[in-house]
Design a protein around this ligand. Structure first.
Ligand SMILES: *[C@@H]1O[C@H](CO)[C@@H](O)[C@H](O)[C@H]1NC(C)=O
Ligand SMILES: *[C@@H]1O[C@H](CO)[C@@H](O)[C@H](O)[C@H]1NC(C)=O
Ligand SMILES: *[C@@H]1O[C@H](CO)[C@@H](O)[C@H](O)[C@H]1NC(C)=O
Ligand SMILES: *[C@@H]1O[C@H](CO)[C@@H](O)[C@H](O)[C@H]1NC(C)=O
Length: 159
């Protein structure tokens, strides 16, 4: 089954359940993602970005997290999430998405938000959603690719 349809089936099952349970987990600093080779810029038709991203597996912290390695690329500040392409061959149902946050007329820099959603490693009817963001710069016309980290600040699950 395609990963998108795994989540569609789960969402349908959750909304059909008489007691879907939302769980919110407090974010901690000990789990973050590595952005590798952030490359972004703006032209007359808008701003764009491309980067690779890795998240390590963690079996000790709750909830346990599967690893991932993906490439994200997209454009236009304020556009909806764009799915990233997973490069690894893990069989855990997961998806990664990214978007450029809008910047107002006095704002500067680039603001990237990333989201990671996966099916719980032990309970296939539960899924987890992690979201985090970082402030960075549009570097393509001014400097080399950048590496930085994103620490998720919002974590929730549905069982
Ligand atoms: C991302 O990773 C892929 C696979 O290793 C590699 O081919 C590609 O050059 C990388 N892209 C960047 C922007 O680092
Ligand atoms: C514009 O963005 C800046 C930087 O993020 C923020 O401090 C400021 O409050 C924003 N102004 C408005 C009107 O949203
Ligand atoms: C995580 O949840 C948010 C809010 O519902 C959603 O917009 C986003 O697409 C989800 N992330 C993924 C990777 O599916
Ligand atoms: C970013 O990380 C990649 C992969 O580890 C490395 O090849 C590259 O040199 C790093 N770039 C910078 C600017 O440190």
């Amino acid at each position: 089954m395609r990963i998108t349809s795994v989540f569609a089936v789960l969402a349908a099952a959750v909304s059909a359940s008489p007691f879907p349970m939302m769980m919110t987990i407090e974010a901690t600093d000990d789990y973050s993602w590595d952005i590798i080779n952030w490359d972004s810029g703006c032209t007359g038709s808008g701003c764009f970005y491309s980067f690779n991203i890795t998240g390590e597996a963690s079996t000790v912290s709750r909830p346990p997290k599967p690893a991932f390695f993906a490439n994200c690329a997209g454009e236009i500040e304020g556009a909806p999430y764009r799915l990233c392409t997973l490069y690894d061959d893990s069989t855990v149902a997961r998806r990664v998405a990214a978007k450029l946050l809008p910047v107002n007329s006095t704002g500067t820099g680039a603001h990237i938000q990333v989201s990671y959603q996966y099916v719980d490693l032990a309970t296939p009817t539960t899924f987890w959603n992690f979201t985090g963001k970082a402030n960075t710069v549009y570097n393509q016309f001014t400097g080399p690719c950048l590496n930085f980290t994103i620490t998720p600040d919002t974590i929730w699950g549905v069982a």
